[in-house]
Every structure is written in structure tokens, then in C-alpha cells.
Write a protein that binds this ligand. Sequence first.
Ligand code: NAD
Length: 290
Amino acid sequence: MLIDGKEISKKILKEISSDLHQISKNLGRKPALSIILIGNNPASETYVKAKIKACSEVGIEGNLIRFDINVDSKTLIDQIEKLNKKIDIDGILLQLPVPKNLNERELIEHINPLKDVDGLTAENIGLLNSGTPRFIPATPYGIMEIFNRIGVSLSGKKVVIIGRSNIVGRPLFSLMSGRGENSNSTVTLCHSYTKNLSEFTLNADIIIAATGSANILDGSMIKEGAIIIDVGINRLDDKSRKSGYRLIGDVDFETANKKASYITPVPGGVGPMTITMLMKNVCNAAKRDK
Ligand code: NAD
């Protein structure tokens, strides 16, 4: 069965809207998110545009702060510190990846952890890993919400996550293997050094592919009835499209769909959930004293 991320997102956004109404009333203003974008990487441009659009649709003040690709780290740190001090800014998001000459970790660590709606500062990673999350990174948050909304219990399930990044694989490992309300899975974290991926995936009840490598998983690598969550976003040349490309995931959808009990499409699966859960994190930030 296809998991319709757009439909689930719509429901959550509706819930957030009424929550937002109350938060705005209490604050005397809309909750506000500042997004810092360095350079003009086309994929980042698309994601940032979608985030700002979601903000305006749901009633969050979203503002984009752009920097030239050659910006130095002092300028960026000054900007982050300025946003940290502003009482009318609830969330700060540094759009990743940053250009290679900048130290991504150093920049992230300057964000006030109480405004770190991406959940990427060391403090927030630590809180998540110790089972008391403050902000759950939006993509893993969205995936956990998918399981809740389609009524899948994670307890005792064998899970394989492919990809070990700080924004997807690692936090998801922590959440799914943790003691949370719907978690307690047995999780294997695979990555580019994993040998014979099928050996792991063929035994899994749930597989999450988050690599950015198209077709790393196909129907021959999964067991009958497995749940497949495809996080990957890859551009495939397609001259029939105006843009010249179309988006595909990490999973070979045709063959995997024949065996999966549930599968997320790309686009329209995890992507909309990510944006929605970011909005939820901004709401949560706006409720806190900073
Ligand atoms: P990343 O490059 O930081 O990490 C990729 C991970 O995949 C690494 O741990 C690497 O070891 C692993 N990997 C790469 N190729 C592999 C292979 N052939 N076999 C096994 N492991 C392999 O990427 P990321 O930021 O985690 O993003 C992963 C993908 O998810 C990208 O396509 C990205 O665009 C997409 N993404 C989508 C959303 C969304 O909302 N849908 C959100 C975040 C990321």
C-alpha cells in the first residue's frame, strides 16, 4: 500500500494550525523562523522555498537570510548570534550543506539550542540520544509520525536503516531503538562500508533508505510484506520535463512495490512530512522561554 505523505501532512498541518492560533495569541505575534542560506545550490533553493511557503500557509513568519557563497564564518557567526538574541525569533535553521570551505559543525554550535529547530546542536543530539529529545530532526520526526499515523507498532520489529548521517540515519536509529512510546525496535545501521547489504535487508520488517544513491534497494533485496520508507531524493535526467529532470528515491519503486506491505513514494512520501514536522518544531520552540 502506498503511504501518502501529502495526505498525512495535511492532517498534521490542520492540527498545528489550531495550536498556532493559540500560540500567536499568547505571544502577541506569529511564531518566527529564520533560515540562513549560503550560495545558491539548486536543491537547497528548492527546499528553502518549500519551507518558507509552508510557513506562510500555516501562519509562521518565515524569513530567509541569504549570503554569498564566499561569505566568511565570522559574518555567519555574527548573524547567528544576532538571531539568538532576538526575542521575536523562535527558530533558526542553517540550510545544509554549507560550502566546503566553512566548518558546518562550528556554525551549528553557535545556534542557541533552544532555537535549534533542526535538532543538530551537540546539546540537542545528546538529549535525543538520552531519550529526552528537545527537538527531533524533522525527517526522522516525520518518519516516526508516519508509523504512528498508519498504525504500525515498532516494538520488536527488525529494522534496517541505510545511511548514517546526522540528519537522518543516526537520529532515526536512536528513536527507533529507544524506549519511546512507539519504538523498541532492533535496529541495524548500514552505510557505504556495509558489505553485502542484502544479507541485512532480506531479514528486515522495516527498511529505511536514506543514502542519496538511486536504486540501492530493489525487490530482490526485501522480504515479502516489508515496510519500505524511501528518504532519498535523486535527480534523473528527463528531457520530457520542463525542468529537464525528475526526482526519484533510493529505492527501485516498481520491484519493491510488488513485495512491500507499505511503501513511500518519491516525491510525495517523506518530503512533505519533513516540512510539516519542521513547522511543528517551530511551534514547540515558540512555546518555550528562551
Ligand atoms: P548524506 O550524504 O549525509 O549521507 C548518506 C549516507 O548514505 C552515508 O551514511 C553513506 O554512508 C550512505 N550511503 C551512500 N551510498 C550508499 C550505498 N550505496 N550503500 C549504502 N550506504 C550508502 O545524506 P543525507 O543528508 O542523510 O541524505 C540522504 C538522502 O536523503 C539524500 O538523497 C537527501 O537528498 C535525502 N533527504 C531527503 C529528505 C526528505 O525530506 N525527503 C530529507 C533529508 C535528506
